[in-house]
Design a protein around this ligand. Structure first.
Ligand SMILES: [Mg+2]
Length: 186
């Protein structure tokens, strides 16, 4: 029944990559992306890690060099989000309440409300990142969660909903998995 609550199009990410390191940011620039909104937990670091490693620091260095406006957009609390965002020299929105629009709007305001098609949202969850990003008309890239074991109960519940929706999409739109090459485990 869950699929009746949402429009199907809101669950179609524009692209899928295994990790954030597999994303070609120069290509994103070529298609007009100017703003990178990126989820924190399980997209950049698992729940039980608090700091950015060398590879992640280099990734953000590259994003800044390419001229992107970069925001960490997380539903998590301020302390955790700020610590990480400061390390990678980026702005942030904490308690973003994805998939609701308010958190995204807080970031958009800081960069003068750019056109939604210039924003790329990257995240690991369909129920928060993909749904939230598509409701905003952003370009959305979904990645695999880094480590699911440490997810909290409400994320586990979102994963349960995610599974139901993806199973339904697989039945009703056979091209979906093919197109994105989503992994079987989703
Ligand atoms: Mg996440």
């Amino acid at each position: 029944m869950i699929e009746l609550l949402f429009k199907k199009k809101y669950f179609y990410p524009d692209d899928y990559k295994k990790t954030v390191f597999d994303i070609n940011f120069e290509d994103l620039k070529k298609i007009g992306i100017k703003n990178i909104f990126i989820d924190l937990d399980n997209t950049l670091i698992p729940y039980d890690i608090h700091t950015a490693d060398e590879r992640t620091l280099m990734l953000f260095e590259q994003l800044h060099q390419l001229g992107f406006q970069v925001f960490i957009i997380s539903n998590n609390k301020k302390d955790r989000v700020k610590l990480f965002a400061d390390m990678v020299k980026s702005r942030y929105v904490y308690s973003a309440q994805k998939p609701f629009k308010s958190g995204f709007r807080r970031a958009l305001k800081k960069v003068g409300y750019p056109k939604p098609e210039t924003v790329c949202l990257i995240g690991d969850q369909f129920m928060t990142d993909v749904l939230g990003g598509k409701r905003m008309d952003f370009y959305v890239i979904v990645v695999d969660a880094i480590k699911r074991k440490s997810e909290k109960w409400y994320t586990k519940y979102n994963r349960h909903l995610e599974k139901q929706i993806l199973q339904r999409l697989r039945r009703t739109d056979q091209d979906f998995y093919e197109r994105l090459k989503l992994q079987e485990k989703r």
